[in-house]
Design a protein around this ligand. Sequence first.
Ligand SMILES: Nc1nc2c(c(=O)[nH]1)N[C@H]1C(S)=C(S)[C@@H](COP(=O)(O)OP(=O)(O)OC[C@H]3O[C@@H](n4cnc5c(=O)[nH]c(N)nc54)[C@H](O)[C@@H]3O)O[C@H]1N2
Ligand SMILES: Nc1nc2c(c(=O)[nH]1)N[C@H]1C(S)=C(S)[C@@H](COP(=O)(O)OP(=O)(O)OC[C@H]3O[C@@H](n4cnc5c(=O)[nH]c(N)nc54)[C@H](O)[C@@H]3O)O[C@H]1N2
Ligand code: SF4
Ligand SMILES: [Mo]
Length: 765
Amino acid sequence: MKKRIPGYCPLCISRCGCISVVEDGILCSLEPFPDHPTGKSLCMKGKAAPELVYSPERLLTPLKRTKSKGSSDPGWMAISWEEALDTLATRLQTIAQESGPEAVAFGVTTPSGTGISDSFVWINRLAHAFGSPNTLFATENCNWHKDFTPKYTFGNSIGMPEYERSGCILLWGFNPAVSWLSQAEAIARAQKRGAKLIVVDPRKAGFASRADQWLRVRPATDGPLAMALAHQLITHGWYDERFLRDWSNGPLLIREDTGELLTANEIDMACSDQHYLAWDTHEKKVVAYDPVIGRYPAGHGKLALLGKFDVRTTAGIVTCKTAFQVYANACGYYTLARTEKFTDIPAQQMIDTARLLHQSGPVSYFTWTGTAQQSQATQTGRAIALLYALTGHLDAPGGNVYFATPPMANLFGLELLSEEQRVLALGFHERPLGPGNMGWITSHDFHRSITDGEPYRVRALVSFGGNSLLTKPNADAAGKALQQLEFYVHADMFLNPTANHADMVLPVASPWERSGLYPGFHISQTADSLIQLRPAVLPCLGKSRSDTWIVFELSKRLGLEEHFFGGDADAALQSLIEPTGLSTATLKSHPEGISLPLETVYRKYQKQGFATPTRKLEIFSEHFKKNGYPPVPQFDHKKFNDIHYPLRLISAKWLVYCHSQQRHLPSLRKRMPEPLVELNPHTAAVRGIEEHDWVVIETSEGSIQARAKLVQSLAEDVVCSQYGWWQDPHGNYNNMISDIDFDPLSSSNRLRDFPCNVAKTNPCP
Ligand SMILES: Nc1nc2c(c(=O)[nH]1)N[C@H]1C(S)=C(S)[C@@H](COP(=O)(O)OP(=O)(O)OC[C@H]3O[C@@H](n4cnc5c(=O)[nH]c(N)nc54)[C@H](O)[C@@H]3O)O[C@H]1N2
Ligand SMILES: Nc1nc2c(c(=O)[nH]1)N[C@H]1C(S)=C(S)[C@@H](COP(=O)(O)OP(=O)(O)OC[C@H]3O[C@@H](n4cnc5c(=O)[nH]c(N)nc54)[C@H](O)[C@@H]3O)O[C@H]1N2
Ligand code: SF4
Ligand SMILES: [Mo]
């Protein structure tokens, strides 16, 4: 009997609506689901779902190690779930009693490139309920810079382009043609309708070849480029002065001597000390701004957005500039001539791009890992966000909008961690504004904790997927650290090099053997209005179980049922969706999803302000300054010229695979059997390299091999290689990257723009 069951493919962020075709209890194929807002088409990974489900390499029973950690064969032995979960719970409790719950780290793979989104909230909640502020996650190199860093500017994430109404779309270090199919479709439709397209990418990838402007930026010089474009907009007057005056903190006065915001207690003014000051150009005197209510006094004259003013304070005359002037001056450093040298972007192209931004709005933008995996990612993200702020299109029709999404209960559980436990997150003291805030830690801090006991020793890891040896920098050190862990349990569908260091592995059901909830599909209001409970279309294979099941079983054994709805996952789900007014029964009877009557409200800041300390869009971040970071974007220029090696190494995603996964699925491997490296033909020729030759890529940290792919459009000093290969002898990209050069706020790594060289070689056997 053939069944066609609606759902969505959860294997990546695109979450394409799909129909699972099941015949006689076997998953035969996945088909597109054109009525679904993300269901127009599926990629080859989605179509290969049956290969994933029935892969002979699936883990189908819990296993425990019988050989020592040093030996190449772990000597896996099958055990029962009872034994696995009992052992796990006992060990975790013992370690927590002896060393505190922070000595147990949790781990989770990326929801943007796996189906872990089905369980993400419960895994994080488990860590927090247990008392651990340490969850190892990819965030600093992944979503942090689109979802969290922008909070320091917009008080929110970057939002989502409203493609249906955008006049100009700016894709910056983001290649949706490979990484987010449903967004790519929306962009293609917008372009057909006449929207202009600007792409900033060292590679002519995806939409770059169809763009009105493709800016072939030199890797990791995106910050200076954004500042230079902003300089063009400001000097030509191509910015939304009214929006910036009314809704940014641009008018607030900054003392020239201290670089700090001038406050009301510094002048003889009858108002609260907490007020800031701006310059009234009519009255030629300061007016107080109350950040608590987010207002200036009624009836004030026009506020100065640019300019320098002498203000009489109780301690004498103090020269001040507006925050916007401070920013404009910082942008002014990035003249066309200077920026051309940094970025390799011709001066005329910068002017043309600035004009396009000005003339063809509303502008929307998206940026992702091209700008995130840099050692100055925070300032880069700020520079791009501020450039965007100049357009005035944030949360406006056709701009980057915060669509209305199905209301969900927040069960992430950060509040379950006491304040004392929260600040114990590894790396939190060094970077209090970074991912430690959310209970997420980096591999660098994790490994230091294991090997050096700094600032204390983590003794155990419970990881739900992930393959950090392949996906985080400095894999050699990572392997050594994992070997020193007292107790490591890894839950996964498959073994991988990281899991091979585990003491136990737990078999996880594939997404087709479990259900998953998705509240909002991101790419438009229609998509974001849809809430869908994807049903399991098959029973769990072997003894595999969902991550959610593992979490809830563990919660019972750890005595944490009170935080896990008595260990009842259905009750938990009902709680999660409570604010929507829907029941799980209703969602179950509508596997195609339910569209809620949600409406976009534009420019929400006009009612509620921005969720920032000044309640305005923050051109100037006092919060950054207080924590030792530049309050307006600033870059270390030495980094742009630190080449001891002649070439600059970058990496990117490929359509065929997600990160280190799927190389064992035959139909995919056939399409991309070996790792590739993209090189300019001239760079290749002077080294005697021809198309398809084996090449060795070398950095100060290590080397790998890959097949040459000659790409005329790539700059001569840029090399783009793949990461994530391990069922292959040619080496691990991330072993060529050092983990000590990272962003000082977020700790994102220099996975792009690493100095390297290439040479012709013979492949290893
Ligand atoms: N050089 C370089 N390195 C990079 C990147 C880059 O661009 N360049 N990108 C970075 C980015 S953006 C990210 S997000 C990280 C990703 O880093 P990781 O999260 O380590 O991702 P994967 O390599 O995809 O590892 C996924 C593992 O989780 C398992 N898995 C998949 N689905 C599930 C599930 O539902 N449950 C469980 N329990 N396990 C599951 C898979 O079988 C696999 O073993 O890599 C980063 N590393
Ligand atoms: N097929 C597939 N899809 C995926 C994933 C996958 O692994 N495979 N992973 C998912 C995940 S976890 C994520 S985070 C997203 C990521 O999605 P994207 O951010 O789109 O992923 P990338 O291809 O790594 O990077 C985007 C572009 O950045 C460019 N780039 C490299 N260095 C620089 C630079 O210095 N400056 C600029 N401006 N650009 C640069 C690359 O050439 C690339 O075209 O994709 C998700 N979707
Ligand atoms: S792009 Fe491919 S892997 Fe990602 S959700 Fe769609 S079909 Fe699945
Ligand atoms: Mo990611």
